[in-house]
Design a protein around this ligand. Structure first.
Ligand code: PGA
Length: 250
């Protein structure tokens, strides 16, 4: 049985006070019985997050990393420094990075490699645009992103990755994929993982759904057979919503 995982992607939002207030409410929700919980705030909040969650079940995630471990890359953050800040997880391949920052599959794959080398678990995002879904290309797009993102890694490394299926048309739009659409794409992803790695690895890898997850739809999504958790954007910034989404996954 794969454990459920609920991850918060704060994007370029949040503040020190939101972090304090969120943790006050969230920590009681994340006891022994809870699903895995990861918070990915902006980097400047990482050290405070790490201190505040020591001894709890909440884990620390970052939203981005560079492929190189040091050098003249103004504005970027290296994997070793993230590790020093207590980072256990890092999102890679988010559609906002692919589209707004022009990140290629190869660059994303190399980020994954750097993370794995430094003991940080990648959350690899894949997902199609509305146009790609409407033209019937969605499965091919997702499978290609997955193949390119995970190619050339040993089975052990592949099994340390988590995949997040995030259809672009569902991100921040309030338009969620139906549980059936999400579950069916997750089955396709798992089948592809079998041929990329092995059936053992494919059985282990958690596949999260992301795209307008909220308090109302969390339970139905998180109880689908192929959905192992959620990557939550907007609702993860709401103190009256995120802890309840964690509860729905627990
Ligand atoms: P959303 O974002 O929940 O606001 O749709 C999800 C994400 O981008 O990870």
């Amino acid at each position: 049985m794969r454990a459920k995982l609920v991850a918060a992607n704060w994007k370029m939002n949040g503040s020190f006070s939101l972090l304090d207030n969120m943790l006050d409410v969230l920590i009681p929700y994340s006891g022994e019985e809870s699903c895995q919980v990861v918070i990915c705030p902006p980097n400047v909040l990482l050290s405070s997050l790490k201190k505040a969650v020591e001894g709890t079940k909440i884990e620390v995630g970052a939203q981005n990393v560079h492929t190189e471990i040091s050098g003249a890359f103004t504005g970027e953050t290296s994997a070793p420094l993230l590790k020093e800040c207590g980072v256990q997880w890092c999102i890679v391949g988010h559609s906002e990075r692919r589209v707004l920052f022009d990140e290629s599959d190869e660059f994303i794959r190399n980020k994954t490699e750097t993370l794995l080398k430094h003991g940080i678990r990648p959350i690899l995002c894949v997902g199609e645009s509305l146009e790609q879904r409407e033209s019937g290309n969605h499965e091919e797009v997702v499978v290609t992103q997955l193949r390119k993102g995970l190619s050339g890694f040993a089975a052990d490394d592949q099994s340390r990755c988590v995949v997040a299926y995030e259809p672009i048309w569902a991100i921040g739009t309030g338009k969620t994929a139906t549980p059936e659409q999400a579950n069916s794409m997750h089955s396709i992803i798992r089948k592809e993982l079998e041929s990329l790695a092995s059936s053992e690895v494919a059985e282990k890898i958690q596949i999260l759904y992301g795209g307008s997850v909220n308090v109302e739809n969390a339970k139905i999504l998180l109880t689908q057979s192929e959905i192992d958790g959620a990557l939550v954007g907007g609702a993860s910034l709401k103190i009256d919503a995120f802890p309840q989404i964690v509860a729905a996954g627990s």
